[in-house]
Write a protein that binds this ligand. Structure first.
Ligand code: CO
Length: 140
C-alpha cells in the first residue's frame, strides 16, 4: 500500500513536470512558427485525400474514361491521360461554352488538363467515339 502511494506521488510529480515543460514550450515564441510550418507538409501529403484534392487524374483506357463519373470541388484541376494507342479526346457535350472541358486529340501517353471553375454537371464524350461518355460534377 505504501509503495503504491509513493509510485502514485512520483507519477503525479512527473506529470506536473511534463505539463510545466509543455506549457513553457507553447509560451516560447520560437515554437509558434514551427507550428505553422507543419501544415504545408501535411497538405502536400493530403493531396491524395479527397477533401483537399485540387487535382484529379482520369485515365482513358480501353475506350473508356476511368473513373467515369466524378464529383469535384470548384477549382479542381482534372487531367485526362490517354493510355490507348488509339487517339481520344475530351469534349463537352454542349461545347465548352458553359466552362466544360474541350481538349485536343490525345495520342498514347498524352494528357489534357481542365480546371473546373463553374459549378454544375459537365457531361463529356470522345469525338471519334461518341459512345465514350463520362461526367464531372462540380460542387461549391
Ligand atoms: Co475515344
Amino acid at each position: 500500500m505504501k509503495k503504491f502511494g509513493i509510485i502514485l506521488v512520483l507519477v503525479v510529480i512527473s506529470g506536473i513536470v511534463v505539463a510545466f515543460l509543455l506549457a513553457n514550450r507553447t509560451n516560447d515564441g520560437a515554437s509558434s512558427p514551427s507550428r505553422t510550418s507543419p501544415p504545408p507538409s501535411t497538405s502536400s501529403e493530403g493531396n491524395s485525400a479527397t477533401n483537399t484534392a485540387e487535382e484529379v487524374q482520369i485515365t482513358i483506357q480501353n475506350f473508356a474514361y476511368e473513373p467515369k463519373n466524378i464529383t469535384v470541388k470548384k477549382g479542381t484541376k482534372v487531367t485526362w491521360t490517354n493510355k490507348d494507342s488509339v487517339k481520344h479526346d475530351v469534349a463537352s457535350d454542349d461545347g465548352s461554352a458553359a466552362g466544360g472541358p474541350k481538349g485536343p486529340l490525345l495520342g498514347k501517353g498524352e494528357s489534357y488538363s481542365h480546371t473546373f471553375e463553374t459549378v454544375g454537371t459537365f457531361n463529356y464524350h470522345c469525338t471519334p467515339h461518341p459512345y465514350m461518355k463520362a461526367s464531372v460534377i462540380v460542387t461549391e
